[in-house]
Write a protein that binds this ligand. Structure first.
Ligand SMILES: Cc1ncc(COP(=O)(O)O)c(C=O)c1O
Length: 395
């Protein structure tokens, strides 16, 4: 790829100098006030870990299931979710998705008898069909994965308040150094989770400082001009050589004080950013609607945070050509979770029984829609995307 200082990054990484200062100061805080969480999610128990995957691991351990129990999980996901299942001593049983990119209730119904727990992922911030899923699950515990779905709602209730347990990856929509959160209102399980969390190690001041500076540097190089000049070209050149996602032996520890403080600080006003990102998404939907791609839409009874903006092409060939061409012309993009069927087969025992996931993996592309984009950048994304879609030599 030719270096391009004007390339618009695919994701938003928004950790600036004031965040760096806030984080450093907060290492020395005595108490951290989590009241803002009650105002968003209602009165529940909240626990914090170093990653979202660690939060899932702790929840799974608290269920006291026999070893090798099967845990239902969408194949269309990040493989660290499967790693957490295996690390906890269980086996992922893969469920297909529907055209909302979330668990297909019909496929769940077919596979339910095998399962001891179900992980429901609100992928890209799109709430899953919790009504049908809860009916099918009956007494089987539901764990909501809200890594992408901060502030999303299903039937006027926040995602994360439907399952017996929920977990969030805190460093996704909100740019912080890292972290995971568990929430539950089941007192028995909360006691077990509390014990497990109390036994985890916390970072030293030096480790916290190192993490803060890394987060700042990562964000700096994820912006123009450095993203297109250095970060993406280097990233692409090592992409196939190192497996950055293979963290099966991840370490489970407590969240850094600085990460939790910055998360809560940003969270208190974050709904405004979510609204901005929704407006950007509606602008893209309107501007791109005349084309042959399938655009995202908001299902009835849901409020989608539009954490990501997924579009579907007719086939892999068209998707791959469009992805390259968009990037060449200045719009970065991601083929999110497109390797999940392949990785699932090679590493996690996927049985080729999720046909729609296999299609989506070949056809998916996400476009930038972040709340930090300027109007000029949004118009550039529309113009370039239209140019690429209308050029018959490309798709
Ligand atoms: C859907 C989903 N769930 C969970 C995770 C895990 O989050 P973390 O990286 O904080 O462990 C990810 C991470 O990429 C994800 O995409």
């Amino acid at each position: 790829m030719r270096p391009n200082p004007n390339l618009i990054p695919r994701f938003n990484l928004d950790f600036d100098f004031s965040d760096l200062l806030y984080s450093i100061k907060s290492i020395f805080n005595k108490n951290i006030d989590v009241a803002v969480l009650d105002s968003i999610f209602g009165q529940r128990k909240f626990y914090f870990t170093n990653y979202g995957r660690s939060a899932l691991y702790v929840i799974l351990k608290s269920l006291n299931l026999p070893l090798k129990s099967k845990i239902g999980v969408p194949l269309y996901s990040c493989n660290v979710v499967f790693d957490a299942i295996i690390k906890a001593g269980f086996i992922p049983k893969f469920i297909d998705i529907d055209d909302n990119f979330t668990i297909d209730p019909d496929d769940l119904f077919k596979k339910i008898d095998d399962l001891k727990a179900i992980i429901v992922i609100h992928t890209f911030g799109r709430p899953a069909d919790m009504g049908r899923i809860k009916k099918i699950a009956g007494d089987i515990p539901i764990i909501e994965d809200c890594a992408h779905s901060l502030f999303s709602e299903y039937k006027d209730k926040k995602t994360g308040t439907f399952g017996n347990f929920s977990y969030f990856s805190l460093a996704k929509y909100i740019s912080i150094g890292g972290g995971g959160m568990i929430t539950t209102n089941y007192i028995d399980s909360a006691n077990i989770i509390h014990q497990e969390i109390s036994s985890l190690e916390k970072s030293s001041i030096n480790e916290e400082l190192k993490n803060i500076f890394i987060s700042y540097a990562r964000s700096f190089f994820y912006h123009k001009p450095w993203f297109g000049l250095i970060s993406l070209p280097i990233g692409l050149s090592i992409e196939d050589k190192v497996d950055l996602m293979n963290k099966r032996n991840f370490n489970v520890s407590l969240i850094n004080k600085s990460d939790l403080s910055l998360f809560l600080h940003k969270l208190s006003t974050f709904k405004e950013q979510v609204e901005l990102q929704r407006n950007n998404s509606f602008f893209l939907i309107d501007a791109l609607k005349e084309n042959s791609i399938k655009l995202p839409y908001e299902k009835n009874n849901t409020y989608c945070n539009y954490y990501l903006f997924p579009i579907l092409f007719k086939n892999k060939d068209e998707r791959d050509k469009a992805s390259m061409e968009l990037r060449k012309r200045g719009v970065d993009n991601a083929k999110l979770f497109s390797k999940s069927p392949e990785i699932g087969t090679k590493q996690y025992g996927y049985d080729q029984d999720c046909p729609f996931t296999e299609q989506v993996a070949d056809r998916i592309l996400t476009l930038p829609n972040h709340y930090t984009l300027s109007n000029k950048e949004l118009n550039k994304i529309v113009d370039i995307t239209r140019e690429v879609f209308q050029n018959e030599n490309i798709i």
